[in-house]
Write a protein that binds this ligand. Sequence first.
Ligand code: RIB
Ligand code: CA
Length: 305
Amino acid sequence: MFKTIIDCDPGHDDIMALLTILAHEETFEVLGICTVAGNNTLQKVTRNVLQVEEYLDIDIPVYMGMDKPLLLDAVPQPAGHGESGMDGPVLPQPVRKASDKSAIEFYRDVLSREDDVTIIALAPLTNLAVMIKEYPELKDKIGQIVLMGGALNGGNINKYAEFNIWHDPHAAKIVFDSGIPVVMAPLEVCYAGGILIKETERFKNGKKVSKLVDDLFSFYLKYAIDRGWDKTAIFDLIPVLWLLRPELFSCKTGKVDVVLDGEDTQGQTIFCEGGGAHTVLYDADREACMKLFFEAIDELDGRYS
Ligand code: RIB
Ligand code: CA
């Protein structure tokens, strides 16, 4: 059982990752959800997760974190996720609210009392960097950070960088240099473990959780369809699938360095194999990954029928 904190910026794929976590209560004890500025503003991404909690009638505490990167300005990405940060689903207005406690205070309190906490980081790493800088004595309480971010060959936001690392490279460097074990799911493994567009038809069955996923895909797939692709990555899902079934992935260990600047290189992750605290996933059994995802949504559909 992983004692888990989810650090995210929902985000279509963040929510698909969250749903898969919720389906696996035997594996994940979710202590809280932290939000951070990333795909869109802190207010919008927090509202998105609260709307999903409202739709599913769940009460995982939500903690708002940093509203901008450490040194740079926040740069929302409406092209990828829409103006709301999660266009597609029409969800209830949230009655639930985020906690009065900030994400940083939440990390402080949880890590003061718990050991071996797994952080699933699906967004820029600003909250984690602030926590490590403010409470360095607590970092040993983190068992692992399993994150979606980085790229080995080419980027999705500039020539070499992936968005989560690019958005706050200074935070990413603090996290990778912290000595905390990090498992990184870069773009390449997310593409390898992606979903065929024709496979998304299975969510058009009218069931409650499938409907949410189908509505998420109604916007999320546009990017791939516009480019003539037959497949898309569900980026943030991959760290969750790795925690559930690591044998579905190929990985290497070594050290990841982060490039802090340069038009083409801000946020580039450079991986050197051997002798480091970092595990990098680079390939996945796509069909088995998707089977795991489909089973998770089926499980939740059953729970909500
Ligand atoms: O580059 C992919 C990442 O950026 C994912 O975390 C996705 O949610 C987007 O915000
Ligand atoms: Ca995300």
